[in-house]
Write a protein that binds this ligand. Structure first.
Ligand SMILES: NC(=O)C1=CN([C@@H]2O[C@H](COP(=O)(O)OP(=O)(O)OC[C@H]3O[C@@H](n4cnc5c(N)ncnc54)[C@H](OP(=O)(O)O)[C@@H]3O)[C@@H](O)[C@H]2O)C=CC1
Ligand SMILES: O=C(O)C1=N[C@H](C(=O)O)C[C@H](O)C1
Length: 231
């Protein structure tokens, strides 16, 4: 993602690539002269990198996954009283953002909803950040609508066979050579099924969203989670 992002920024009107940082580089020194940093590193170091951006007053567009409430709270707290903006977006593909919105809209109308994410086998985290964001959006929509719990989604007694439980939504992770990044949301009711699917066949699919975020983050102080808030 780092290399694809650098190429996209170099091609984008009005943007200038001022540095590329990799493992071992001095992040604080690399941020000098930058307005915005784009972060696609690894879950283990992403918080440290984002806090370095906040400390330097550099806006951050963050694609790295593996976030939890505690780490997001640390970013929020570092940003208090600051004009700096941070966007943490689990997926920059416009189609994936729309899939999440469509899934949340449809979720209260079906008895059962499950999420299947499918990725290349080099992915280090599971379930994907996108699948977790999707499950949270579905759970929130069902709560708001007063939907009943999904049958057979919690306390199944079938550990390892029914995927992860994310807020009462079952999320399944497939890792397969040849795949890039894909997600399906399956919604079932008596006698019918709705399937929503998004496929990223190439990493260029994330670039329009990344470039839009780079152009927008400076006008959005504080922490934003999800590209949908910038569209
Ligand atoms: N939000 C979105 O739309 C997308 C998000 N992602 C997420 O982005 C992240 C990166 O994905 P991807 O590019 O495929 O993964 P890669 O493994 O290809 O890249 C990770 C990069 O981080 C570097 N890195 C590792 N440790 C450090 C460190 N301590 N400091 C700085 N850099 C480090 C790696 O360097 P080296 O190779 O030298 O180890 C590598 O260049 C993942 O969390 C993934 O889920 C991916 C695609 C889209
Ligand atoms: O690691 C990946 O490749 C991807 N990671 C993100 C995620 O975890 O959701 C976004 C996309 O699915 C590609």
């Amino acid at each position: 993602m780092g290399a694809t992002t650098c190429a996209a920024v170099e091609e984008a009107d009005g943007l200038e690539l001022v540095a590329r940082l990799d493992v071992g580089d001095d992040v604080a020194a690399g941020l000098k002269g930058a307005d915005v940093a784009v972060v696609f590193s690894v879950p283990a170091t992403v918080l440290e990198h984002v806090l370095a951006c906040v400390e330097a007053g550099v806006h951050a567009v963050v694609g790295t996954t593996g976030w939890d409430d505690e780490r997001l709270a640390a970013v929020r707290s570092a940003l208090e009283g600051s004009a700096t903006g941070v966007l943490v977006a689990p997926n920059f593909a416009i189609g994936a953002v729309l899939l999440m919105e469509f899934a949340a809209k449809a979720a209260p109308f079906f008895e059962s909803v499950e999420v299947v994410e499918l990725h290349h086998p080099n992915k280090v985290d599971a379930p994907s950040g996108t699948a977790q964001h999707t499950a949270h959006a579905i759970a929130e929509a069902r709560r708001a609508a007063g939907s009943a719990p999904i049958p057979d989604a919690t306390e199944t007694g079938l550990d390892g066979a029914r995927g992860a439980d994310v807020e009462g939504i079952r999320v399944h992770a497939v890792r397969l050579r040849g795949l890039v990044a894909h997600e399906e949301v399956l919604l079932g009711g008596p006698g019918e099924q709705l399937t929503l699917r998004h496929d990223s066949f190439d990493r260029v699919s994330f670039m329009p969203g990344v470039v839009h975020a780079v152009r927008t983050v400076g006008s959005r102080p504080g922490l934003t989670v999800g590209l949908e808030h910038y569209l």
